[in-house]
Design a protein around this ligand. Structure first.
Ligand code: DGY
Length: 325
């Protein structure tokens, strides 16, 4: 029964999610501060609650579960869940859910936009105008890369990766290669005529590599100096998944030394990126502040799905978007 249960919403989410929780008879405490709760604040507030609607920035680690083993359910306002120690959640028998598919199009759009912006140096050229440096138009200056007919390498062909591949195929007739931990659903291969290849082949043959995998022990830091060295010197590296998948020092070196051509990042390592980061002044780099899911539609979907997990848990004992552990 939902009635009387108390849900801590660790940061303000779209009203649709709060309405769903309260409409089911749950009472909510919604943190509305400018900054997220620190871990000690989160732990202290969670003591008075039965359920948590968390953010991907909340640290749900061993210390959290030691102090919050009383929680009955946790649901996260994100698709990524590298912030939670699932083994500890399991040990405490706390089911955990997320919002898969809530931001597929929104995030693929960001990766696609970054690819175009990087290939034509959008952000750098914009800064030139702002600095009063748009004087003449030299025939050989600031040339970008062409994308039509090029090869796209998708690292992680799930929902978002396949939508990025679809956009690139429709817009530019790009050939699609991919690597995946598991078999990608055959519909992706058929519709996109995508070819599964080894990581090495993906690095060697792609003109654009776009990262769409989750952050885990296998993917952490996988795009390092060794990986960049295997890419084409004309390649563009896009990451709209998690910054921890690339080594940012190695990425800076690869760009500075011409090992690869450019990079478009919606996620950085670490986050937030500092204003003096060298990447921000490079001609062939475009960086955004992790806004992949920041559309009204996507954020409403995230609020709805993360609330649905908690409501359904109390009403039927199941989470529709359960993460298996
Ligand atoms: C997600 O949902 O994983 C987005 O990156 C926001 O954290």
């Amino acid at each position: 029964m939902a009635v009387g249960k108390k849900v801590l919403v660790s940061w303000d989410i779209p009203q649709i999610g709060i309405d769903m929780l309260e409409g089911a008879g749950l009472s909510t405490t919604v943190w509305k501060g400018e900054q997220p709760l620190s871990q000690s604040e989160l732990i202290a507030m969670a003591q008075e609650h039965d359920a948590l609607l968390s953010q991907s920035t909340d640290k749900l680690d061993e210390a959290f579960f030691e102090a919050c083993g009383h929680l009955e359910v946790i649901s996260q306002f994100s698709v990524g869940y590298d912030n939670i120690n699932l083994a500890k959640a399991k040990a405490c028998s706390i089911p955990f859910g997320n919002a898969p598919g809530a931001m597929t199009e929104a995030t693929a759009d960001i990766a696609f936009g970054l690819m175009i912006a990087t290939s034509r140096k959008f952000f750098y050229m914009h800064k030139k105008i702002v600095a009063g440096e748009w004087k003449i138009q030299k025939p050989q200056a600031h040339l970008g890369l062409d994308l039509r007919g090029k090869t796209l390498g998708i690292f992680g062909l799930g929902k978002i990766g396949s939508e990025m591949a679809r956009l690139c195929k429709v817009a530019y007739g790009m050939e699609i290669l991919y690597t995946n931990r598991s078999e990608a659903p055959s519909i992706y291969e058929k519709d996109l005529q995508a070819h599964k290849v080894s990581f090495e082949t993906l690095l060697e043959q792609s003109d654009v590599i776009s990262v769409h995998a989750g952050l885990n022990a296998e993917t952490r830091g996988i795009f390092d100096a060794k990986a960049f060295a295997q890419m084409k010197s004309t390649a563009i590296f896009i990451n709209a998944a998690r910054g921890g998948i690339h080594n940012e020092i190695d990425l800076i070196q690869a760009l500075e030394s011409g090992v690869i051509w450019g990079s478009g990042l919606d996620v950085t390592n670490p986050e937030p990126m500092q204003a003096e980061n060298k990447l921000l002044s490079m001609e062939t780099v475009c960086v955004l502040p992790h806004i992949g899911s920041a559309t009204i539609g996507a954020r409403n979907n995230m609020a709805r799905m993360s609330a649905e997990n908690i409501v359904s848990f109390y009403e039927n004992g199941v989470l529709p978007y359960l993460v298996e552990y």
